[in-house]
Design a protein around this ligand. Sequence first.
Ligand SMILES: Cc1ncc(COP(=O)(O)O)c(C=O)c1O
Length: 445
Amino acid sequence: MNAPLANVSVNSLEAHWMPFTANKDFKAEPRLLVKSEGVYAWDHKGGKVIDGSSGLFCVPAGHGRREIADAVHEALLTNDYCSPFGTGQPTSFTLAQMVANITPEPINHVFFVNSGSEAVDTALKIAMAYHRAKGDGQRTRFVSRERAYHGVNIGGVSLSGMVRNRETFSGVMPNVVCMRHTWNPEERFVRGQPESGAELANDLQRFCETYGGSTIAAVFVEPVAGSTGCLVPPKGYLERLREICDEHGILLVFDEVITGFGRIGAPFASHLFGVTPDIMTMAKALTNGAQPMGAVGVKDEIYDTVMEASPQAAIEFFHGYTYSGHPASCAAGVATQQIYIDENLFDRAAEMSEYFLDGIFSLQDLDIVTDIRGIGMMAGVDIAAKGAPGARGGGVQKRLFWNGMHVKFTGDCGIVAPPFVSEKSHIDEMIEKLRMTLEQEQAAS
Ligand SMILES: Cc1ncc(COP(=O)(O)O)c(C=O)c1O
């Protein structure tokens, strides 16, 4: 039986099988959001909810941006769809150029997809296509990392370092090995990059020695692991990965689906850490969450190698989606990128970071908080587990929601990532609501 819903015309919640949701639990006590504007949303009972995770890290410019809505509306009335295979439409080229303008050199070519998961699977295929075009087709092995999240498609799940995401589906894509994750329980409450742990990158060197570096196609890492709780790379770690990749001809792929577009205090993580990958995946904030869209950026040499391997009239890369570069998504993307430029939002995020992190790290006096990590406008707050892993986190997430704040939880970690348009007063409100909720949880146990 569903709980009754006020103010919404929903008679049954049963037909919709919800993603990454405890369906039975949700349907017994629904939490529907029916309106959103700026940094707030409103639930179906009329409660005001501050958005502490920018939705799912995808709405840095705030909800309900008219510029984006108008651009999508206009696109749908002017040129709603055209086949992206063999024909094109202008805004995909405009958006690709806008993205290439902010990705690090020499990442100058952009392939459009519809989500972060598709971006990851596309990046896997680009890596394979590139090595094959170079006559290096024996490189069939991929390296990922424990606690990695690379989306839910088969390639991304195979790269996953999160057991619950892969145990049911394992074995589909063989030849993936995981390096150790970089979280160090001995070094807690670290703001920014931990001092120690760079040597964990040598796991890659060991794989090269065990399997042969020339059999490895690519290494996938989130520069800051997002979904598993904001694991910031130790100083020197990404640099060491880059070094080993260069030594063995392995492609380095940064999955910037969360970190991209200003989240950690620079346009991309590669700018912040001074390490340039060969391929980068993007999604989420590309369109401010207003349309589904992802992208893969590749360096010139990869694009040129794949292009040059085929004759003039031949398709060079046998991959693409019906909705690759959809006009409505591209229009949303162009309008979003323009907002980032006009409102200088990446700089604003970098400037607000100190204030945000001060607030978040002030929670460390609570007994229930076992670790906090943070960088830019993102932080992971671990709470002491109670019962099955994630049970307490799920409970705190609900309690927080009814206290008027949305935060994405993974297991027992809340990942806080405010919109970049947040004022200091919004950050204060988030910290107050987090503190109140965590205190209530502490008192209840
Ligand atoms: C690093 C990373 N890669 C890939 C994905 C998958 O993106 P999507 O949910 O858009 O498929 C996510 C989603 O959170 C992510 O954080």
